[in-house]
Design a protein around this ligand. Structure first.
Ligand SMILES: [Zn+2]
Length: 692
């Protein structure tokens, strides 16, 4: 007996030591991205009076990159580059929408396939794959904690567009409690500096405190040693520099120079662990670096390179020179997509910053760190050299520039033309072309529109302020997409749907492939009763926002109105159509179930008579979507409204479909869909685990 217990105990011990050895060989990877955080506000990079004690302590045991640069000054595009190791031209993302190319090697996907548990916790709706602009970001993540909610026309609930850093950290720590036994990849996005409730410096201090909580959670669980921690900002914040209030338009150091720290797992750390690298490095290098730390081969399509070699080669030197570093490319498409102006590109090489713009700029940052004295006229030879280098870099992407997953088909274009849209253009045929209005000349307008577009998302007071700010902007210049879109959306929030539709119409003329403008337009037309036109816009929107449930709900509602017209009987009273509809269309996704619009009592019988697999037929090439059809369920029983709610509700409805007098032809389809649903429920809904 005793022998057996001893034997079992030693077996357990063997297992424990084995799993410890396995864990030690594959380090955990934690990436913390700080939104809108400038390098010059970090005290470990020399900022005076900055309050970043947790970051400073971490810097004491990390490789500190004093000259790290973002490839884009916006959250969505920059995070896409961080997580994919690809330049903005290749990720297909823009700051007004897009879908991350599914053929792109993607860090979470690669790590998951190597046995890592993968999780993301984000602090802003922009990075919500289901309600924001970051479609496709959830690929490879077993958990993607977002769950934000934009303002929906006619929905009384307040929107949820951001979460404080300490809350995001707490959610990530709760995840660690259940998942830290196995090697994991954890991405945490802290957006305090972007949301900025008080001063910028106090927002940075709040972000630092959230990081402190995360780091001590790793220490308390005794996994800190075997964890690589990367801290990086997606971009900085102009805070008025060069006339820019926030970020997104310009490419100066205030928004492109970012903090970057890499704490290696103990087994890989240099001695002493602090290394300061002064060579220029790029955020496109982060994904390859993480793969090297995890000893996973770096796919050849990744465009960055691991920073470990640079760090090792620099560690022996004095670290004060700027020789031997890589040139850095950055770009911004927001001026073009948001305003119809010229895009900007920049090239940092040696001591120079070159900005490719209708009016080109050249700065010697060693004597002019604030980029105040443009040398473009006086240093023509240097300007030409820098321009030629940027040109040759751009040529690598000549096949990819301007490629957009959201582009309208010609039949969609024709439908819009027949609805009275004029001057429709396939947007950004050549994304690299620098031409037209120089954003420098219009920065005050951009400030106004970007500020209004962000307040217009928040509250009733915000909508009113946005309307007041944007109305004079669009009457002075009607050709600013973002101004027309934000004004239309704010008017819709206020219930002024007819007025909203006018501005959204113009927004669509300016950016015909903007899915969000089509959604807002469709949702507004639903309220004005123009269901036929609403369907055109909502079909475009749902095709491009397959996981955005409110668009599917709005489309289902429009179908319902068109497909089952209410009739009046001889006495003039309105008769309810006897036959409610169920529409299956687009892609079924795990996010179905994020919003329960009204509980369906499971035993309640519903009359359901037709099942439409529209999108399945329309998008047979989208195999992912075809195998996961999303669902629009419409009940004619207005007391319960439209529900595309939780899985249980959907199953209940599908069961009702089966139990009711359903035509035999639909039975197989229903069984298939039901099987998929049951499978999904069985697999759970990890990123919304707390809602079920
Ligand atoms: Zn950002």
């Amino acid at each position: 007996m005793i022998r057996r217990v001893v034997a079992r105990a030693s077996l357990i011990f063997l297992c424990l030591s084995f799993s410890f050895a396995a864990a030690a060989s594959k380090p955990n990877l934690v990436v913390i991205t700080l939104d809108s955080t400038r390098a010059d506000r970090m005290s470990f990079l020399g900022a005076k009076g900055a309050h970043t004690p947790n970051l400073d302590r971490l810097a004491g045991e990390s490789i500190v990159f004093a000259h790290a640069y973002a490839q884009a000054p916006g959250s969505v595009v920059s995070h896409a580059t961080i997580l994919s190791g690809a330049y903005p031209q290749s990720t297909g993302m823009t700051e007004i929408g897009g879908t991350l190319s599914s053929s792109l090697p993607y860090l979470p996907d690669l790590l998951k396939s190597q046995g890592y548990r993968t999780a993301a916790f984000v602090g802003s709706i922009d990075l919500d794959p289901w309600s924001g602009l970051a479609q496709g970001f959830d690929r490879g993540f077993q958990t993607y904690d977002a769950g934000f909610r934009p303002a929906i026309p006619g929905d009384a609930r307040p929107p949820l567009t951001e979460r404080r850093g300490d809350q995001v950290a707490a959610r990530a720590i709760a995840w660690l409690d259940h998942n830290a036994q196995q090697q994991f990849f954890l991405w945490v996005h802290i957006s305090d500096a972007r949301a900025r409730r008080a001063s910028y410096d106090s927002a940075i201090a709040a972000a630092d405190a959230a990081i402190g909580k995360l780091l001590s959670a790793l220490q308390q669980r005794k996994i800190y040693e075997n964890t690589a921690v990367i801290i990086v900002a997606d971009h900085g914040e102009s805070l008025g520099a060069h006339g820019e209030d926030a970020h997104g338009v310009f490419l100066y150091d205030e928004t492109i120079h970012v903090p970057l720290l890499i704490k290696l797992p103990a087994s890989q750390a240099a001695k002493p662990p602090t290394v300061r690298v002064s060579a220029k490095v790029r955020l496109v290098d982060i994904a390859p670096t993480l793969l090297e730390i995890a000893a996973i081969p770096i796919p050849s399509q990744m465009q960055g390179q691991s920073l470990l070699r640079i760090a090792k080669s620099k560690s022996s030197g004095s670290g004060s020179g700027i020789n031997g570093d890589q040139p850095v490319y950055s770009r911004t498409d927001l001026p073009q997509h948001g305003f119809g102006w010229s895009p900007l590109e920049s090239w940092r090489a040696g001591k120079y910053l070159y900005i490719r713009a209708p009016k080109p700029e050249l700065y010697d940052l060693t004597v002019d760190p604030g980029a105040a004295h443009n040398l473009a006229q006086s240093s023509k030879a240097t300007l030409d050299t820098m321009a030629a280098q940027l040109e040759s870099f751009d040529r690598h992407f000549s096949g990819e520039a301007g490629k957009s997953s959201a582009e309208l088909s010609s039949s969609e274009m024709q439908k819009l033309v027949s609805l009275g849209y004029i001057g429709l253009q396939k947007s950004s045929a050549s994304a690299a072309a620098v031409a037209g209005t120089d954003p420098k000349d219009k920065i005050a307008t951009a400030n106004k529109v970007l500020e209004a577009a962000s307040t217009g998302d928040q509250s009733k007071a915000g909508f009113a302020m946005a309307i007041a700010a944007l109305t004079p902007v669009v009457s002075a210049d009607p050709n600013l997409y973002l101004a027309q879109y934000a004004l239309g959306a704010a008017l819709a929030r206020k219930g002024q749907y007819t007025e909203a539709a006018k501005h959204l119409h113009k927004a669509i003329e300016l950016q015909p492939d903007s899915a969000w403008a089509h959604y807002e337009m469709g949702a507004s037309l639903l309220k004005t009763g123009d269901f036929k036109t609403a369907v055109v816009h909502l079909e475009i929107a749902t095709g491009r926002l397959p996981a955005f449930i409110p668009a599917h709900q709005a489309l289902a509602e429009a179908y319902e109105h068109l497909g089952a017209p209410r009739t009046r009987n001889s006495s003039g009273t309105e008769q309810k159509s006897r036959k409610p509809h169920v529409h299956f269309s687009g892609a079924f996704d795990q996010s179905v179930g994020t919003r329960t619009e009204g509980a369906l009592p499971p035993r309640r019988r519903r009359l359901v008579y037709s099942v439409t697999l529209r999108s399945l037929r329309r998008h047979p090439q989208r195999s992912h979507h075809a195998t996961h059809p999303p669902i629009h369920i419409v009940s004619h029983d207005k007391a319960h409204g439209i529900f595309s709610g939780g899985h249980n509700h959907i199953v209940a409805v599908v069961q009702t479909v089966l139990l009711e007098r359903l035509q035999a032809i639909w039975l197989k389809i229903c069984f298939d869909v039901l099987g998929e649903l049951v499978g999904r429920i069985a697999r759970g809904c990890p990123h919304y685990g707390d809602k079920f």
